[in-house]
Design a protein around this ligand. Structure first.
Ligand code: NDP
Length: 330
């Protein structure tokens, strides 16, 4: 039996499709390591607590050696207590005819409350990944509530966009996904995000040297990645869940263990790099050092076309920030 201190992991929307797919790999040791025990602290809306009890039974029935306990609650002050890592997945889906501004406001209220609860009861160095959409702005809202927990610890998920892009490139080049490096997603987790392959390599060679179909790279590739979520809904009738869950796991695992120089896409509070306004939660290429500290990769030279795409996505983030400014002021 491992004598290591358990990591406390909170997951919101834990009875939902993505939340359910996240918690089993965490309990199996896929995020914090095969020798690190975990305590899962699961949050749901009161109406979904019954369903969550069923998920809890299944979790316990897996008899995971590393799973020390499961806490189920509808109160963030209970579910976030002493949490070292938080996956904020639960959020209100956009209803028919609903404007983006309405969605932002409805979810904004959830993330104000959750941001306050994190600051009140989570571990001092709690690390947060927001998956619930619009994830960048939801993370921004929660980060603005933090006084004790560092704002830099509030991040959002763009790893799914990176994974989708890597899978497309690997498929086209006929190589394994691990051969792809330095692929970067910039901006917002929305169709405006920019998957920049121009600095990426395949087995150490520039992508554009290996994939000579430049027409595909500049049109079909970018379009496929940007519209993948819709394509999945069209095909299966529901949105992506296992792939979104796995990307969240990739994000937190790499943040915990480090990337050994490998680039990973993370939406993190901007420090002003690349002229992106400070505090805005924007996706950048990042590396994570051996101490689990992430760093925005510096000195990436973006050509004019890339700069325009990044700017368009940053403009969308600025618009979203403007839409929720009243909520934060109130
Ligand atoms: P999912 O588990 O499928 O999705 C959860 C959130 O993840 C949504 O906001 C969804 O955005 C977002 N998301 C981010 N990336 C992706 C992606 N690539 N593909 C699909 N979704 C993505 O939703 P469910 O309805 O199954 O579950 C949500 C759960 O959250 C429910 O059980 C509900 O009760 C709970 N909830 C909990 C709250 C809380 O804990 N306080 C608050 C609100 C809800 P999008 O909708 O844009 O696809």
């Amino acid at each position: 039996m491992s004598t290591k201190k358990p990591v406390r992991v909170a997951v919101t929307g834990a009875a939902g499709r993505i939340g359910t797919s996240i918690i089993f790999p965490i309990a199996a040791g896929d995020v914090f390591g095969k020798d690190t025990p975990v305590i899962l602290q699961l949050l749901e809306l009161p109406d979904a607590l019954g369903k969550l009890r069923g998920v809890e039974m299944e979790l316990r029935d897996c008899a995971y050696n590393l799973l020390r306990d499961v806490v189920v609650s509808d109160d963030p002050n209970v579910a976030f207590k002493d949490a070292d890592a938080l996956f904020l997945v639960g959020s209100k889906p956009r209803g028919p005819g609903m404007e983006r501004a309405d969605l932002l406001k409805d979810n904004g209220k959830i993330f104000i409350g959750q941001g306050k609860a994190i600051d009140a009861v989570a571990a001092d160095n709690a690390r947060v990944i927001v998956v619930g959409n619009p994830c960048n702005t939801n993370a921004y809202i929660a980060s603005q509530m933090a006084r004790r927990v560092p704002k830099a610890n509030f991040t959002a998920m763009t790893r799914l966009d990176q994974n989708r892009a890597a899978a497309q490139l690997a498929g086209k080049a006929g190589v394994e996904v691990g051969a792809i490096g330095n692929l970067a997603v910039w901006g917002n987790h929305s169709p405006t995000m920019y998957a920049d392959y121009t600095h990426a390599y395949i087995n150490g060679r520039k992508v554009s040297e290996v994939i000579t179909d430049h027409e595909w790279l500049n049109t079909a590739f970018l379009k496929t990645v940007a519209q993948r979520g819709k394509a999945i809904i069209d095909a299966q009738g529901v949105s992506s869940a296992p792939s979104a869950a796995w990307a969240a796991i990739d994000h937190m695992r790499d943040w915990h263990h480090g990337t050994n120089g490998r680039w990973v896409s993370m939406a993190v509070p901007s420090d002003g790099s690349y002229g992106i306004p400070e505090g805005l939660i924007c996706s950048f290429p990042c590396t994570v050092d051996a101490n689990g500290q992430y760093h925005i990769v510096q000195g990436v030279e973006l050509d004019a076309a890339s700069k325009a795409k990044v700017q368009a996505s940053v403009n969308e983030l600025l618009e979203e920030r403007e839409m929720i400014s009243g909520l934060l002021a109130g």
